[in-house]
Design a protein around this ligand. Structure first.
Ligand SMILES: [Zn+2]
Length: 359
């Protein structure tokens, strides 16, 4: 039996592209020069992805400024005063807030998909940002003439369009990046914020049919930026009962970096619902050491003692570079880890076949 395996999304950008983006931001490179760098990074990433043997690929998010901010990149009505996300190593990332309405995406994710599909015949998966992450763009003190309710209504419409356009453009599937799920429990241990996030995302998911939702997934992790995390100390047991309330078909969960794997697996077993598939991270994106296929196979066998095979798949713990300027992991390491995931997953399939023969 086949075990589905998929990447999360991002691949570190080539250094020429990162330097080019900086030069462009400082007015030292024109639009044409930057577009050429984007294009060659995209082609190179797709070619290397194909060489890993991955049955499903992404565009490596080579032209996304970050997993969360692509809809607002270049937006004029933004102020740099939003929510601050503290990471374990002491560095922070700060979200902006909008200064006026109405709220409209500057870019939709289907544009990335369309471009990627020009360069490959393999199925392409597309990640989009969650509506809950972008809900944080509304300033706490409110805005004159643009209520929070109005903002949320506009936002949900945009998030729905973001997913729908990907489906229409032929995405293999769509993944909603919901990294703030685990973070929200850190900010509010009562779970109030988490439950409001879940409800908000379900409002978007409910605009799709049951069969469309089978191909819509959600990624949750403790955040990964400069090899550090924002909420690894929050236990899965606190998150999963709420997370599996999402009306999505697939769940992509960070797992390889978890210290107490048994308790994570127990919690998944207790909370996973019929019709849901969980893709477990089998490569640790924050560790430079490359997992061997045998180690990954072992991890899969351990997981299959808890998770039914027909509800199981493998993935990487997170994207390898969710923010464009993060150079903590090299492209070579990212692709080597992906190759190991593919090989380890194949090894697990072969082991399952053997078991069947001898039973
Ligand atoms: Zn992640």
């Amino acid at each position: 039996m086949k075990i589905p395996t998929e990447p999360i999304g991002s691949i570190p950008r080539p250094i020429e592209l990162i330097l080019g983006m900086q030069a462009y931001a400082q007015g030292q490179m024109d639009e044409k020069g930057l577009q050429e760098l984007y294009d060659s990074a995209l082609r190179d990433t797709i070619r290397k992805f194909e060489l890993t043997g991955s049955p499903v690929i992404t565009d490596g998010e080579q032209t996304k400024p970050s997993f969360a901010t692509y809809p607002i990149a270049g937006m004029k009505n933004l102020l740099p005063q939003g929510v601050v996300i503290p990471f374990a190593d002491g560095h922070t990332r700060q979200l902006p807030v909008i200064s006026e309405g109405p709220f409209r995406y500057m870019a939709h994710a289907s544009a990335y998909l369309k471009k990627a599909k020009q360069y490959t015949r393999l199925p392409v998966k597309q990640a989009v940002i969650s509506v809950s992450a972008l809900s944080l763009l509304y300033p706490q003190q409110g805005l004159p003439g643009y209520t929070q309710e109005h903002f949320i209504e506009d936002l949900i419409g945009e998030a729905e369009a973001d997913i729908r356009q990907c489906i229409e453009e032929g995405a293999y599937n769509v993944q909603i990046d919901f990294t703030e799920a685990r973070l929200s429990l850190k900010l509010d241990p009562s779970g109030g914020i988490l439950n409001s996030f879940i409800a908000l995302n379900n409002q978007v998911l409910d605009r799709f049919t049951q069969s469309q939702r089978k191909n819509i997934g959600v990624h949750s992790c403790p955040g990964g930026d400069h090899d550090s995390t924002h909420s690894a100390d929050i236990a899965y047991a606190d998150l999963l009962p709420s997370l599996f309330e999402l009306h999505a078909g697939n769940f992509y969960l960070e797992f390889a970096a978890e210290k107490d794997k048994q308790s994570v697996l127990k919690s998944i077993k207790e909370n996973l619902r019929p019709g849901q598939r969980v893709f477990l991270g089998v490569t640790n994106v924050l560790d430079r050491r490359i997992e061997s296929a045998a180690q990954i196979n072992e991890l899969i066998q351990e997981a299959l003692a808890y998770i039914p095979l027909e509800q199981f798949g493998t993935t990487d713990d997170c994207g390898f570079s969710p923010f464009a300027d993060d150079v903590s992991t090299s492209r070579e390491i990212a692709f080597a880890k992906i190759r190991s995931r593919i090989e380890g997953t194949k090894m697990a399939e072969a082991a399952l076949e053997q078991k069947k023969v001898f039973v």
